[in-house]
Design a protein around this ligand. Structure first.
Ligand code: NAD
Ligand code: SAH
Length: 413
């Protein structure tokens, strides 16, 4: 039995799913093949990704392949109640409530796992954590899982290093078709979508400080530059610093950037990136937003400690009024600004990420006999290449092929 809040919102949710479906041509293609081949017949799939329209369409594609699909979100604030209502109306088992408490969030994750899935899709590692913690028995049918994001992969790698991984996991985030487009361009666009919609402020001529110049950070910085901002990058990795400098950004330590920035965006996957010592030096009315994992990159306890008064100023913007007379504006409760204050990555981007997910899940069930060892796997290159080729085809873009002579020439190197 599903657990959702507003079943009446189903018609609005269904329209949103129909909309994104039309911009996800590779998934459309996979859906048709799955309908014919039914690779997941008789199997259960647990999905914990942002409960948003594109995820709903992924669930429909997996069901077209014969799976029974159980869906929940991966962040209480990104869960969209209308999409959960639509999924319920479409007959999925869905457990998702926008803004639920941490206890309710865990309850929903456990409800999804209670189907004892054969395959699971995790985004950030919360399902994986439960299956290694209090609920190992719910993994008894699990062939393998797939992880969607960078921080989930960090968590998996440390688990594997400690010899504490109980089942095979596929590192979907690391597929080229995921990282190169989702993390860079998806986060690049949708972070600004969320910030601009919620603040309704100008970006041009502002000083934007981007913490982290990895995949997400470089996408965010590039879009900021395109919007006319002066961009400052802060990093801990010398190569990333150099790369930011050579891309035309200013590079400095956060301590030096703090008094200069108008908008601060963290995208590091680290914690305590912006803390009290930085906040104390910031200008009045700065915007603080996070696009990395969880809500620990900008220290909320430090904001609280500095403040005489805290107030919701606008949807997705909380003002921390400091004792020295400034206000620091925290967006989206310090959680992913792009998917809490916005709708997350565009459909065209999630077409790539979710096509990789769908084909990796198919690979998992087809290769179940070779997946007995609990270890980490990369997405097979054939899947990564196939998705890229299908996307190029859908976009009507041409590609050259090597002649036999050229292929031999390249082999010389
Ligand atoms: P990445 O590893 O490519 O980049 C992270 C960068 O941050 C690295 O260059 C690292 O050197 C730097 N860094 C680490 N700690 C730092 C610190 N204290 N100060 C400054 N820089 C620091 O990772 P990524 O793929 O860019 O992902 C970053 C985070 O964003 C992860 O938590 C990931 O899960 C999340 N993510 C969010 C979205 C989204 O939709 N908002 C999409 C993809 C990934
Ligand atoms: N549970 C973590 C999840 C990190 S989210 C947290 O809430 O902090 C980062 C992932 O969200 C990215 O890897 C990206 O693939 C995914 N994402 C971004 N936009 C999305 C969308 N519109 N629908 C579903 N997933 C999305």
């Amino acid at each position: 039995m599903s657990n959702i809040r507003y079943p009446d919102l189903a018609p609005a949710g269904l329209k949103k799913i129909e909309w994104v479906r039309e911009f996800m041509p590779v998934l459309n293609f996979i859906e048709q093949r799955f309908l014919a081949e039914k690779p997941f017949d008789g199997l259960r799939i647990a999905v914990s990704v942002h409960a948003e329209a594109k995820t709903a369409y992924l669930a429909a594609v997996l069901r077209s392949g014969g799976a029974e699909v159980y869906v929940t979100g991966c962040n209480p604030l990104s869960t969209k109640d209308d999409i959960c209502a639509a999924l319920d109306a479409l007959g999925f088992e869905v457990f998702g409530r926008h803004g639920c408490t941490p206890e309710e969030y865990e309850e929903d994750l456990v409800s999804v796992l209670s189907c004892k899935p054969h395959v699971m899709l995790d985004d950030g590692g919360d399902l994986t954590q439960l299956l290694h913690g209090n609920y190992p028995h719910l993994a008894e049918n699990l062939i393998a899982g797939c992880e969607e994001t960078t921080t989930g992969i960090h968590r998996l790698r440390s688990r594997a290093r400690e010899g504490a991984l109980n089942f095979p996991m596929f590192l979907v985030n690391d597929a080229k078709c995921k990282t190169l487009f989702d993390n860079i361009h998806g986060t690049g666009q949708s972070t600004w979508d969320g910030i601009m919609y919620a603040t309704n402020n100008m970006v041009t001529a502002k000083t934007v400080v981007v913490a982290g110049y990895g995949h997400c950070g470089r996408g965010i910085a590039a879009r900021a530059k395109g919007l006319g901002a002066n961009v400052i990058v802060t990093e801990i990795d010398p190569h990333c610093c150099l790369s930011a400098a050579m891309d035309g950004h200013r590079v400095m330590a956060m301590e030096d950037a703090a008094p200069l920035g108008d908008i601060f965006i963290t995208a590091t996957g680290c914690k305590g990136v912006i803390t009290r010592k930085h906040m104390e030096r910031m200008k009045n009315n700065v915007i603080l937003a996070n696009a990395g994992h969880f809500d620990v990159e900008i220290s909320k306890p430090d904001l609280e400690a500095l403040s005489a008064h805290v107030e919701e100023r606008k949807p997705f913007i909380r003002g921390y009024y400091t004792r020295d007379g400034r206000v620091l504006n925290l967006m989206a409760d310090g959680r992913l600004v792009n998917i809490v204050a916005g709708n997350g990555h565009p459909a065209e981007i999630m077409d790539l990420s979710f096509s990789i997910q769908a084909l990796t899940m198919e690979y998992v069930v087809k290769n179940r006999n070779n997946l007995k060892e609990p270890r980490l796997h990369n997405v097979p290159a054939e899947i990564d290449n196939e998705v890229a080729r299908l996307k190029l085809e859908a976009m009507g873009l041409g590609i050259d092929t090597l002649t036999e002579e050229q292929a031999k020439y390249l082999d010389l190197y």
